[in-house]
Write a protein that binds this ligand. Structure first.
Ligand code: PLP
Length: 370
C-alpha cells in the first residue's frame, strides 16, 4: 500500500540522524542554552540568506508578529488591516496588542486583495499585515505603495514563506518588519517552537530584541515592557543546519508541485490555487473544488492525507465575537475557504506519490461524472 504522509518528521530524522544528534551534543555540551552563540549565528545567517540587515530570533511566529506590532507602538484604538484567510495567530497578534483587526477580502489565490485596500484606510489605521499564504508572496510592491501614500507601516506575515522569492529578492526582506515561524511543519522548521523578526531598520531591530527579552536594554536594566520570547540554542543550532538545505528542499517541493499541475490541470472541476505563476516555496499545494468534502473523504478512504488551510475565515472565529469593527461580508474569502483542499506536498515524498494522488483525484472526478 502507498504510504503517503502530509509531513514526515520520522523520515526527516532518520535521514539526518547523525547530523541532528551531533548538533544536539554540541549544544548540550556547550553549557549555554538561551540567547548564545548559536542564536546569534543563526540570526546573522538567516538575515544574510534573505538579504536583510537584521534578524531577531523569538519564541514563535505569533510572538514575532506581536513584538513587531509592539515595537511600532501599536495598541488600543489603532486599526491593523489584515486578511481573513490565515492561521489564527495572524489575528491573535493584533488582539494581543489590543488593536482592532480590519479584514479585507482576498483574491483568487487567497491573498489580501490590494484593489480593496485603500478603502479601509482611515485615521486610526497604523499598519497593514498581509500574509504570504501557502508560501505565495503577497503583493508587497503594491502594498508598499499604498502604505507609503497613507503613512502606515507594513508587518508582513511571512510565517509560511521561507525561501519564497519575488523576482531576485526573498520574501520577508522588503517589508518594514517581517515575521517567520519555525513551527516543525514549516519549510524551515525546528523540533519545537521558534520564530524570527526580520527588518532593515536598526531602531526597530534594537526594540524587538529588547522586547523579546523582558524589555532589557542590558542585564537588569528593563527600559521598557517586554515578554519572554526567546529562541533557544538547540533550535537555533538545528535551524542553522537546516537553512543550508532550504533551497534544496524547496526545489523538491516545486518539482512535486510541477508534477501535480501537469497531472491535474486537465480536470475541469479543479482550480489550482498554488500554480507556478508566482514564486512560491510551495509550503502547501492547494486546489479548489466545489466537491471539496466528497473528494477529501474519497482520498482519505485511499489513505491519502489532506488538510484544509483554513476552514473558517478569521472574523468568524470565536475569539472575534463582538470585536469585528466593520461588517465586511468578505464574499470571496468565504467562498474560498469552502472550496480549498491542501494535498500532500513535502520533500520526503516521491514523484510517484504525486502520480498516485493525482490518479486517485482523476478517478474521483471520472466516477462522479457518471
Ligand atoms: C501564516 C501564519 N502566521 C502565523 C503563524 C504562527 O506561528 P507559530 O505557530 O510559530 O506561532 C503561523 C503558523 O502556524 C502561520 O502559518
Amino acid at each position: 500500500m502507498h504510504q503517503i504522509k502530509f509531513n514526515d518528521f520520522q523520515k526527516e530524522y532518520s535521514t539526518n540522524r547523525h547530523a541532528y544528534n551531533s548538533i544536539f551534543t554540541r549544544v548540550l555540551s556547550s553549557g549555554w542554552y538561551i540567547l548564545g552563540r548559536e542564536v546569534s549565528l543563526f540570526e546573522e545567517e538567516y538575515a544574510s540568506y534573505l538579504g536583510a540587515k537584521y534578524c531577531i530570533g523569538v519564541a514563535n511566529g505569533l510572538e514575532a508578529l506581536q513584538i513587531s506590532l509592539m515595537a511600532l507602538g501599536i495598541g488600543k484604538g489603532d486599526q491593523v488591516i489584515t486578511t481573513p484567510v490565515s492561521a489564527a495567530a495572524t489575528t491573535l497578534a493584533i488582539l494581543a496588542v489590543s488593536a482592532t483587526p480590519v479584514f479585507v477580502d482576498t483574491d483568487e489565490r487567497g491573498l489580501i486583495d490590494t484593489t480593496y485596500l485603500q478603502k479601509y484606510i482611515n485615521k486610526n489605521t497604523r499598519a497593514i499585515l498581509p500574509v504570504d499564504l501557502y508560501g505565495q508572496p503577497a503583493a508587497i510592491g503594491e502594498i508598499t505603495k499604498i502604505a507609503k501614500k497613507h503613512n502606515v507601516s507594513i508587518v508582513e506575515d511571512a510565517c509560511q514563506a521561507h525561501g519564497t522569492t519575488i523576482g531576485q529578492k526573498k520574501a520577508g526582506a522588503q517589508s518594514l518588519l517581517s515575521c517567520f515561524s519555525f513551527y516543525p511543519t514549516k519549510n524551515l522548521g525546528a523540533v519545537g517552537d521558534g520564530g524570527a523578526i526580520v527588518t532593515n531598520n536598526n531602531r526597530l531591530a534594537v526594540l524587538c530584541s529588547q522586547i523579546r527579552d523582558y524589555g532589557q536594554k542590558e542585564k537588569y536594566n528593563h527600559s521598557r515592557y517586554g515578554l519572554n520570547s526567546r529562541l533557544d540554542e538547540l533550535q537555533a543550532a538545528l535551524l542553522r543546519y537546516k537553512l543550508q538545505n532550504l533551497d534544496k528542499t524547496n526545489q523538491k517541493r516545486r518539482l512535486l508541485a510541477k508534477k501535480y499541475i501537469a497531472k491535474l490541470s486537465s480536470i475541469k472541476d479543479i482550480q489550482i490555487v498554488t500554480d507556478m505563476v508566482n514564486e512560491s516555496n510551495f509550503h502547501l499545494f492547494v486546489i479548489r473544488t466545489k466537491q471539496r468534502q466528497k473528494l477529501k473523504t474519497f482520498l482519505t478512504s485511499h489513505h491519502i492525507p489532506t488538510m484544509i488551510h483554513y476552514p473558517t475565515i478569521l472574523p468568524d472565529q470565536g475569539f472575534m465575537k463582538g470585536k469585528v469593527s466593520s461588517k465586511a461580508s468578505l464574499p470571496k474569502a468565504r467562498k474560498f475557504v469552502k472550496e480549498i483542499l491542501s494535498l500532500p506536498c513535502q520533500p520526503f515524498m516521491s514523484v510517484s506519490d504525486v502520480d498516485f494522488v493525482s490518479a486517485k483525484i482523476k478517478q474521483f472526478f471520472e466516477k462522479n461524472e457518471h
